[in-house]
Design a binder for this molecule. Structure first.
Ligand code: CTP
Length: 433
């Protein structure tokens, strides 16, 4: 179902509709009355798979919102105005579109578009955050020229990105067109979508711990692997928040929260993890930070400063201790074990990974040897060993980071879909620890 609400970007819904139909989707369009002021109902009816519906009252069928809601595999709202977002967050059904949003159990993809001031208003921010927590997917608006010539964030995301996010949520690239309700139904769709309805938090990049207003202690992490994991989770239908120290383009459908220090990352992760089923700590978090941060730039003539460090809290270990039932917690481990003589007591990557699985209380550890060629920091490639409870292991030879991300998400999906409780160590592991 494609819902169109009343903003200037409604004209772009025509292209989204056409692309969805071209991709093989059956598109049932719903417009609000305001949307018809921006784009012709006839235009959308002509391009969609069935005529536009607008009203709860004038349709031949008595309860169109339940039929539309139950029959949909995915509900897209593009553009989603502040009013529709607010009504949906508050559970108010004032027209066919908002009634359908409440009546559906299909995944929902909101594509907000509005003026920057409206998008940044705390009411809108909180409504969007509420909906995200409930598992609603959001393709963030882009920055650019807005109605009236203003520049800022708020324009509807690119139709191609919206369609890509929709395909990702459904877990398929292409699907034959069919009328709603005639296929596998919602249960079948949930299987296809893979991680639809799952809320995930991913961290990426290296933290920066300030020494003074211009200098920091950092590390070589580029954030590429964390971004790839976030993108893959979103592609499979999860609602993803990425907490990042690096500035890279956000993957489609992923919300990015910018942080800098380990302390800021800890606060953001703990807040987001409260409602997340999956937490992936791909970030390279500083273990130590300067105990005191000079309020002004440290001057050369004052001589080399003596920097005293203090430990940072271990975010991952904290998550492991505070885990909720059913939560899947994934840590990364950047090690240097090559050449093997350099590893203390000849410890292998597997030893390090298994030790971190226990010390952090994680379900999975994704370990890599960052001293090996083409592996880890700043490369587009990676080679990892993924270890989990009950002897689970996946050894991913050197490949690109997207493939590694797919393997990590496969391991996560296997834990989520496991019928038995996932987070308990085996008896053997309990005895060992
Ligand atoms: N991590 C964390 N908080 C920290 C340090 C690390 O959450 N203060 C997380 C990282 O995000 C990663 C995992 O812990 O998922 C392992 O990080 P790593 O640096 O490899 O391990 P450390 O715990 O720092 O142990 P060591 O330095 O001894 O290897």
């Amino acid at each position: 179902m494609l819902g169109v609400s009343g903003g200037i970007a409604a004209y772009k819904a025509v292209e989204i509709c056409r692309r969805l139909v071209d991709a093989g989707a059956w598109v049932s369009p719903v417009m609000t009355n305001a949307a018809t002021r921006f784009v012709g109902q006839t235009t959308l009816s002509a391009l969609a798979s069935e005529p536009v519906r607008r009203s709860l009252w004038d349709e031949p069928e008595p309860i169109p919102h339940t039929r539309l809601g139950q029959g949909a595999d995915l509900v897209i709202v593009a553009p989603a105005t502040a009013r529709v977002i607010g009504a949906y967050a508050a559970g108010i059904s004032s027209d066919l579109l908002t009634a359908t949003l409440l009546a559906t159990r299909a995944p929902v993809l909101l594509c907000p578009a509005m003026h920057t001031e409206m998008w940044e208003h705390p009411a809108v921010r909180e409504n969007v955050a509420t909906l995200r927590r409930r598992g609603v997917h959001v393709v963030e608006p882009a920055a650019g020229r807005l109605a009236g010539g203003d520049l800022g964030t708020g324009r509807l995301a690119d139709p191609a990105d919206i369609v890509a996010a929709a395909a990702g949520i459904l877990g398929l690239e292409r699907r034959p067109g069919r009328p709603p309700g005639s296929g596998s139904g919602l249960a079948g769709v949930a299987g296809l979508a893979g991680l639809a309805g799952v809320v995930a938090v991913v961290t990426a990049g290296g933290t920066r711990e300030p020494l003074d207003p211009v200098r920091y202690i950092g590390n070589r992490s580029s954030g590429k692997q964390g971004y790839a994991v976030a993108a893959e989770l979103a592609r499979r239908g999860a609602s993803v928040q990425l907490i990042s120290t690096v500035s890279r383009p956000a993957p489609p459908g992923v919300a990015v929260t910018a942080v800098e220090t380990a302390a800021q990352m800890g606060v953001a992760v703990r807040e987001a993890a409260g409602s997340a089923q999956v937490v992936v700590m791909a970030a390279a978090v500083a273990d130590f930070r300067p105990k005191a941060v000079a309020p002004e730039k440290i001057k050369k003539q004052d001589g080399p400063p003596e920097v005293v460090l203090e430990p940072t809290p271990d975010i991952l270990a904290g998550l492991g201790r505070a885990r909720r039932p059913g939560q899947v917690i994934v840590g990364f481990a950047a090690e240097t074990v090559a050449p093997s003589a350099a590893a203390p007591l000849g410890r292998t990557l597997r030893d390090y990974a298994r030790a971190k699985l226990d010390s952090k209380g994680a379900d999975l550890i994704v370990a890599n040897d960052v001293a090996a060629p083409g592996v880890g920091f700043a490369h587009d490639t990676n080679a990892v060993l993924i270890v989990g409870r009950g002897g689970f292991e996946a050894d991913i030879a050197l490949t690109n980071k997207d493939v590694v991300a797919a393997a990590v998400v496969d391991a996560i999906a296997a834990l989520i879909n496991r019928p038995t409780p996932v987070n308990r160590p085996t008896q053997e592991e309990q005895e060992q620890s």
